[in-house]
Ligand binder design. Structure first.
Ligand code: SF4
Ligand code: SF4
Length: 192
């Protein structure tokens, strides 16, 4: 017979005291613990009226960044899609046409770029894989919705606004070393 079985037999054979038989002290003890929780700081919040403040490096919904001149940084290289373990990213690459130099940073750009937020696990691997610093996660969360289609985020939702005042600051997501490296304009990567 195992030690555990022996022990349970000892417990079940033990005679209950008077107080144990009437259960009252155990019930009062349980109620005392419940009452004590009424005065503790609540861990739940009344979302969406109240919003929790997230860390600057929280991995929430993505942004596709523009460069200093307002051009889309993404060159549709596809590395983010390859790195994505959830296969949540799809894109269509297109060639930049003459006259579009002010819209797209390089000769190739993503005419379609979509992230399926229902598949995404917010691991951040797309951010790490991107050689153009085009995609970053942000501290914004994906809004709830009723239809599956609402969770396919296209460029209309992903590309940041062209207005410099409305750009999304991602500097806090980058290490000091990366920010120092980016100041080196001798690196082709940092020209814009
Ligand atoms: S955060 Fe992870 S799962 Fe989501 S799109 Fe990026 S790589 Fe894919
Ligand atoms: S977001 Fe970055 S990694 Fe993904 S396609 Fe664009 S440039 Fe390439």
């Amino acid at each position: 017979m195992s030690g555990l079985t022996k022990r349970s037999m000892v417990v079940s054979n033990k005679k209950m005291s008077f107080w144990e038989k009437i259960y009252l002290p155990a019930i009062l003890g349980g109620m005392w613990i419940t009452f004590g929780h009424l005065f503790k700081k609540k861990t739940t919040i009344r979302y969406p009226e109240e919003k929790r403040e997230f860390s600057e490096i929280y991995r929430g919904r993505h942004v596709l960044k523009r460069d200093d001149e307002g051009r889309e940084r993404c060159t549709a290289c596809g590395l983010c899609a390859v790195a994505c373990p959830a296969e949540a990213i799809t894109m269509v690459a297109s060639e930049r046409q003459p006259g579009e130099e002010n819209l797209y940073r390089e000769e190739k750009y993503a005419s379609t770029y979509e992230i399926n937020m229902l598949r995404c696990i917010f691991c951040g691997l797309c951010e790490e894989a991107c050689p153009k610093e085009a995609i970053f996660l942000t501290k914004e969360i994906v809004k709830a919705g009723y239809e599956r289609d609402e969770f396919i985020y296209g460029k209309d939702l992903l590309v940041e606004p062209a207005d410099p005042a409305k750009r999304i600051d991602v500097t806090k997501r980058q290490t000091k070393e990366v920010l120092e490296f980016k100041k080196d304009k001798n690196q082709k990567h940092n020209v814009h």
